[in-house]
Write a protein that binds this ligand. Sequence first.
Ligand code: GLA
Length: 688
Amino acid sequence: MPDMTAPQIIALESPGCSAVWELPAGEAPLWRYWGPRLPDGARPSATLRSERPEPSFSLQFDQPLTVFPGFGMGWFGQSALLADRGGHDWSFQATDCKVEQPDAQTVRFVLHDAVAKIAVTTSYTLDPATDVMTVRTALSNEGVAPLHVHWLAAAALPLPEDAAEVHSLAGRHNSEFVPVRDPLTRSIWRRENRRGLTSHDCFPGAVVTCADGSAYGAQIAWSGNHVQTIEWIDDGRRQWQLGEWLAPGEAILAPGAVLQSPEVLATASAEGPNGVAHAFHRGIRARMSWPGGEAGAAKRPVHINTWEGFYFKHDEAALMDLARASASIGIERFVLDDGWFGKRDDDTSSLGDWTVDKRKYPRGLGPLAKTVTDLGMEFGLWVEPEMVNRNSELYRRHPDWALHVDGRPLLEARNQLVLDLAKPDVSAYLFDAIAALLRELPIGYLKWDHNRDLVHAGNQPHYRAQVLATYALMDRLRAAFPEVEIEACAGGGGRIDAGIIKRTHRFWTSDCIDAVSRAQMQRGFLQFMPPEVMGSHVGASPAHSTGRSQSMAFRCGVALPGHFGVELDARKLGDTERQELMDGIARYKALRERLHQGRVWMGDVGDGVVWQAHGSEQDMVVLVTRTQPTTMRHQPNLRLPMALPGRTYTIASESGALTQMDGGWLARVGIAVPPLPGEAVLVLEVRS
Ligand code: GLA
């Protein structure tokens, strides 16, 4: 007799993760497991429904969590889809499921609902090289009337019963990556962003930690509006939904039309948040494409950026002097920031007019760019393509190109409006304007800014159209100029996400370069993104954003782990500061390949001291950062949990002091941290 309770199972596995689904006939697949890698062969022996008795006051049809939980047919939790056709066809339940496996790492579930007349394809690719599962969902309207979509989850993931806390990131301009920890209870947890771009306020991802020390991470690869919810469900597990926030009227699918969700990157690790970070770093690296292939990532060049040193005061001779001063201290890339175009003497004019300001550069930018490249540096240029000032030639010619809602006033931010990139004429104009610059000048790098939130996104909301059009413009420019790198910036860290990084190479982490503030922000960043794409600059002291003063050594130490740069007037440094900055640059150059190519672990020593280690278990650069004076007589020990027992580690500090220690002792008991001043970064090289 066949065992009626034996489930039909399908699974994906990578070295660190497993995903297991049960396939009941004629229904959506049920989530049986997603998490850290299961032992080989660990599979359920009975169907989920046969394992659990019917609870009182419950439907006789048991509806567990599926890959696409639908409202209105016995699922009482959050629905992965909210949609209707003029008030009809509002309930969803798959009547058929086809399983496709295009390759060994991918499973696609093609669900049909013959009653609601829709099809949904959810696909999962678990990459064995990264342990990241990429999830996406496509919805198609198979009816004869338009389908109004209010919510489509890109992913609906299960979390285990012992999920305890969710770690997310909040913030604002000048204060990105503020860590937020919320306990997971039976109340729903929800984060939403409706600012039209990724936002400073709500990073599109989170990490969930569990009582057993494991952790789960997910992030949405999308540079627009987004939603995440974590919800307790009847069997004690939780479901985590992530997707795009849709404005009313934004997603009306004509018959036959398809709505494709953004991708979600998801991973889990028995090692906790550091394991999640490791998977995300590998997953992000795998999404990127560097001019010159992967080797392009290895030696991230030292920048100078003109913004905080010069703001809008561009003077060709002074900037040529800056180029010479920069080259002499070891800078490798010179980025000319805002102020070079139109008649831009402040932030009230000229966005949209991407031609050189002849008052400031009578001979064009060619001579400055040549000075820079003759000095052996690369030349980079700031642009803000999606924007227009009312006071610009472009706006006077095409006022209708700005996103607006008829009859409503235009709301400005930083005196600027947003162009409607979904209009083909607008995208074509921007492509031509930027392409002309790239053709005429030896530009190796664009800093691509976006200095406001979206508000009136068109008569019919164009939020998602705007994101897709921005991606398309970047893709077109990348294809035409594959040797050019792009930095994603939006008033600092307003557009940091796994969607934009597919076509860019660096994030400007924050407009706040204060090293104490940065020390914390960078830890939030590194949970989701690898260090080589984290723009980290040495700014002036006092810091322009906070007024706080910090030593040059501390500023260099905090900037060290990321993509290092300088953002001050390097002509005006005193001898000591100049020498300290040169030392910081030289140290970065000596360490960058070790800082950027491997793993990152982060931990907390206590007493205002945190650490991060970059490299491998056998060879790491460890940064020990103190941001406030000690409160203790003796400093707590630094424990490096990844140190391998039975191996002897050599620990060298910058002063050359050496000690040796057994790996097991270093992992469990640790080494005493030397007394550090109130603000300091100690760099240790730890090798076995
Ligand atoms: C934004 C960026 C800054 C700078 C200015 C220029 O604020 O984050 O780095 O480029 O714009 O206007």
